[in-house]
Design a protein around this ligand. Sequence first.
Ligand code: NAD
Length: 352
Amino acid sequence: MRVLVTGGCGFIGSAAVRFLVGAGHHVLNLDKLTYAGDLRTVAAVAGSPNYRFRKMDILDQRGVAASFKDFAPQAVFHLAAESHVDRSIDDPGIFVDTNLRGTFVMLHTALNFWNQLNREQQANFRFIQVSTDEVYGSLGAEGFFTETTVYGPNSPYSASKAGADHLARAWYTTYGLPTIISNCSNNYGPFQNREKLIPTIIRKALSSQTIPIYGQGQNVRDWLYVDDHIAALLAICEKGKAGSSYNIGGYNEISNIDLATAICALLDRRRPRSDGRRHAERIQFVTDRPGHDYRYAIDAAKAKRDLGWQPQESLQSGLSKTVDWYLDHLNWTMDVVSSEDRLGLGSLPKPL
Ligand code: NAD
């Protein structure tokens, strides 16, 4: 399969690229290399004849159109996005540009390309809009998001993703472009950006700094190991119904304070503090994020029933692997590399 991946130098996109290239698929990766994009994430496959990279802003309609023409993808995995909720509160404009208008450019360029295909190629083509459970808004203590839950986004990030999802649905309903939306819970695993919760907990603990947790740490998230997400995207691409959406989750609900404590306990065993104290003693509650959703929880029954997909990794084993990875890749975790290294020009971390 020829897959055009956007955002393939980010956390989840790079896991998709590594998996797809490793499985023998042909991949064209379009990524602007923002602060969140890093060529080290795809270093393991950069030399493969199946892999091509183009540094590109998805807002560059001409460049995107030329890429469709040259590469002739059979599927698009659209992951390029501004992804950090806190940044969206400080600077929402770029979230609207990239997530909403960028998705419009991707959809409309895909449609122009798709219109040139024959009927069989059109029927087999898929545009996967990779989205989040945050579009549904906040849950109370009970219940789960299903595919029929009404969207109610609360942050500029989730609102921009919700708008992009609506565009994807409209491009199917109005123009027939075979789009499918995946709404996935919080991912974790290797190569996540340092600013996200789990890498932050590990980095702060290792550098003997306080570990900041919003509010009283009671907000609940569902966590999915990133490779399980990639397996879901593959299943959606191969078996998903055009025009529909699938909820993807790990059935791993945990409060932020319990998550931080669990990671600290793993670090106590793998990298004990020199003063003999426990890493969790460095956890400090900080002023809550405005509009902080209380709880997200996914009902992924449809994905299991229709796609045969279910998560393989338990939170316990996934967190353990993840902590090990960040300890084995301290140049990533602590971000002590030069900008040349970050652009893949210098020494690379050891292969995956
Ligand atoms: P990330 O921030 O790690 O990576 C985003 C990537 O997109 C980066 O490589 C960046 O350079 C690229 N990018 C940003 N703007 C671009 C532009 N204008 N043109 C081209 N490339 C651009 O994000 P992530 O955590 O890997 O998330 C990937 C996707 O999955 C996003 O769409 C996000 O909404 C969605 N998602 C993430 C999670 C999660 O837990 N991280 C959960 C569900 C869904």
